[in-house]
Design a protein around this ligand. Structure first.
Ligand code: GLA
Length: 493
């Protein structure tokens, strides 16, 4: 422990309620809740207690959503006389250690927010220059996750790598396992460096509860799948807007399924005291969550696009494929077909199809599968090759959805703000990178259920250039033919 931290330990008047650090589960995208999308800085301890209760009562905690993260606005605007962060006295009168204890008592984990600059985005004290003191404070409060933002840094201190690395080192020095969630909005391509620093990295600026915003974030994530995996880290497509704004149920389904497929952390961002049962059902869709938490840990990506119609896919443990057929158009239902060749399956193989929102088997199919998808909606499937058709195929989970289709996405209007332009710039850098880098590939270390990963310098995983998989000209195959399990021949699903 450094001298600063040692001094601080003596100086800070903390409730030293340190909940024993338990081993975290195998590294998977975080499932939980965050206050920002629904409440901004209008947060207090009663809201957190109510949300903890609702996570349990609604069955969301049992479905896996175990992190309860407080975002910006939780502290006083000034540090105390010892230089420590203090919880807002009026809104969090019991203090953060007591609140963390309550959250833990509900079987949940407790997350908090900080900033790698002088002030947070909402103007509360930042942690730059106070990394050790703040990390120690959070550890002693019993914090399990830190979301670390990127506002208000000094111009000379622009480089996020040393700023985020300093907090990584401070967190490690506490000895408490704290999930480190980087939020620098994709600046300086965190997918190239953040695996040595944290457990997830935000890919874009802030999402809003609109279809356009959701699609904008989705498109910025195209071609990033290749940079995430279990022993490394996860791309974070930002918190969920399911249940917010005027998103239709189809739009909420699409948002949720695609974020699950991207292996993004899934952080609920709506008011759980008043959530509509249909939105709750989407968030609890067990088999869609299972895509996100699949032990193979390979993010899905875009594998086919034509106009408003898209196919996203990911390999799953055991050789199945998760597939999202997205109708991004608004004019009416459209038939979308995924062919086996788009999924790295032999064209002649038979596969069992399952509807993951509906939780029902659809039958066995050969070569392709089609669905009529309503506008701004998805069909979400698992395709499991039948072992009888080709046993080596059935176990093939080595296929990767790397296709570099980003450049083929329709252009989107930046939303006009300075941040929007910056995002557009970041997206352009990503495209250039994708074009210049012939592709990545190196042998992945398998997840293998290891426990907590100490941050930094862990695996030396290199981003190496090598040949990329080329997707041939996209060809829509004919209607999928159901070949078994109760369907009629030629029946479209
Ligand atoms: C930034 C982040 C958001 C949220 C706010 C809080 O905008 O990207 O997710 O944390 O700050 O001020």
């Amino acid at each position: 422990m450094s001298n600063v931290a040692r001094f601080w330990r003596l100086a800070c008047p903390l409730a030293l309620l340190s909940v024993a650090a338990s081993a975290l589960p195998a590294p998977k995208p975080v499932l939980g809740y965050n206050t920002w999308n629904a409440f901004r800085t209008n947060i207090d301890e009663q809201l957190i207690r109510d949300t903890a209760d609702r996570l349990v009562e609604t069955g969301l905690a049992a479905a896996g959503y175990t992190y309860l993260n407080i975002d910006d606005g939780w502290s006083e605007k000034r540090r105390d006389g010892s230089g420590c962060l203090v919880a807002h006295r009026r809104r969090f009168p019991s203090g953060m250690a007591a609140l963390a204890e309550h959250v833990h008592s509900r079987g949940l984990r407790f997350g908090i927010y900080g900033d790698a600059g002088k002030r947070t985005c909402a103007g509360y004290p930042g942690s730059r220059g106070h990394e050790e003191v703040d990390a120690e404070t959070w550890a002693q409060w019993g914090v399990d996750l830190l979301k670390y933002d990127n506002c208000n840094y000094d111009a000379h201190d622009w480089d996020p790598v040393p700023r985020y690395t300093a907090m990584r080192d401070a967190l490690n020095a506490t000895g408490r396992p704290i999930t480190f969630s980087l939020c620098n909005w994709g600046w300086l391509r965190p997918w190239l460096w953040a695996d040595k620093v944290g457990h997830s990295w935000r890919t874009t600026g802030d999402i809003e509860p609109t279809w356009d915003s959701m699609m904008e974030v989705l498109d910025a994530n195209a071609d990033l799948a290749r940079f995430s995996w279990p022993d490394r880290d996860w791309g974070d497509a930002d918190m969920l807007e399911v249940g917010n704004g005027k998103l239709t149920l189809g739009e909420q389904r699409a948002h949720f399924a695609l974020w699950a497929l991207l292996k993004s952390p899934l952080l609920i961002g709506t008011d759980l005291r008043s959530i509509h049962p249909d939105s709750l059902a989407i968030l609890k869709a067990r088999e869609v969550i299972a895509i996100n938490q699949d032990s193979l840990g390979v993010p899905g990506d875009l594998v086919w696009v034509e106009g408003d119609l898209r196919v996203y896919a990911a390999p799953l443990a055991g050789g199945s494929r998760a597939v999202v057929l997205l109708n991004a158009g608004s004019s009416g239902p459209a038939n979308i077909t995924v062919s086996w060749t788009q999924l790295g399956l032999p064209a002649g193989a038979a596969a069992a199809a399952r509807d993951l929102f509906g939780q029902c088997d659809l039958g066995d199919f050969a070569g392709a599968f089609s669905a009529a998808v309503p506008p701004h909606d998805v069909a979400v499937l698992r395709l499991a090759p039948l072992s009888s058709s080709n046993s080596s195929t059935a176990a093939d989970n080595g296929w990767r959805p790397w296709h570099q289709l980003h450049a083929q996405l329709p252009p989107r209007q930046p939303r006009g703000s300075a941040k929007g332009w910056l995002l557009a710039g970041a997206a352009a850098v990503a495209v250039l990178l994708a074009a210049a880098t012939v592709a990545v590939v190196r042998r992945r270390r398998r997840a293998g259920g290891s426990g907590w990963r100490q941050l930094g310098g862990t695996d030396g995983t290199a981003i190496a250039a090598s040949g990329s998989v080329q997707l041939g000209p996209a060809v829509l195959v004919g209607p999928a033919v159901r070949i078994g399990r109760g369907g009629k021949p030629d029946e479209q699903v």
